[in-house]
Design a protein around this ligand. Sequence first.
Ligand code: G3D
Ligand code: MG
Length: 219
Amino acid sequence: LHLSSFRMSCPCSLFRVVFLSLFFVFFDSPLLVFNFRGLLSLLRKLKRSDDEARILVLGLDNAGKTTILKKLSKESIDTIMPTQGFNIKSMVSDGFKLNMWDIGGQKSIRPYWRNYFDNTDALVYVVDSADQERFLECQTELAKLVAEDKMAGIPVLIFANKQDLLSSKPAEEVAEELNDTLEGRDFHVQAASAKKDEGLSEGLEWLVQTMNQSKKATK
Ligand code: G3D
Ligand code: MG
């Protein structure tokens, strides 16, 4: 009886061990293209040249992040859907290759922002200046971001977006209200209207100049 139950259970548990090992190897391997987590971390770890910068574009949902990136890369803004995951746009400015990561800002996916913090060179934070109701939420999310160790010392560009709307808070007011949150670091609040393509290239220029200066300072 003993022997037969051994024979019955042994191949079964052996099979389970082999199956589970293959399962973990498959789903935990950073090299498999179908493994999303692995692919993401692989993308993050790819070696960059000195003239390449990784920029995170964050902000509450509906702030205008995707519209800004589309305008900066001269794409049409006719068909923009809420971003569920992330978009990457690469552009060249003043000899810098900017890899801009636009990550969805819905409340339910904000906890995943931290998965993108590694090796970030700059933060672009987009504010919907007309969204008075969620301004405090927008400020709180920014405060959480800049308190992160991986964000320490990196320049922050704020786009006070939607300045074309009459109900928008002027950029100076946005700057005043975010001043305490950003105190002690390189930051710039840029008045912008993604819809009208105003203020976007000026903001990017500041960012590239600031990154250039810090690159020279660390050489
Ligand atoms: P997000 O990526 O931050 O979530 P989106 O934001 O780029 O998807 O934009 C959200 C909405 O804001 C879009 O409107 C978009 O047209 C609008 N928007 C973006 N920038 C501006 C701006 O500068 N001015 C105005 N007036 N609207 C802007 P819809 O209607 O498509 O949801
Ligand atoms: Mg979006």
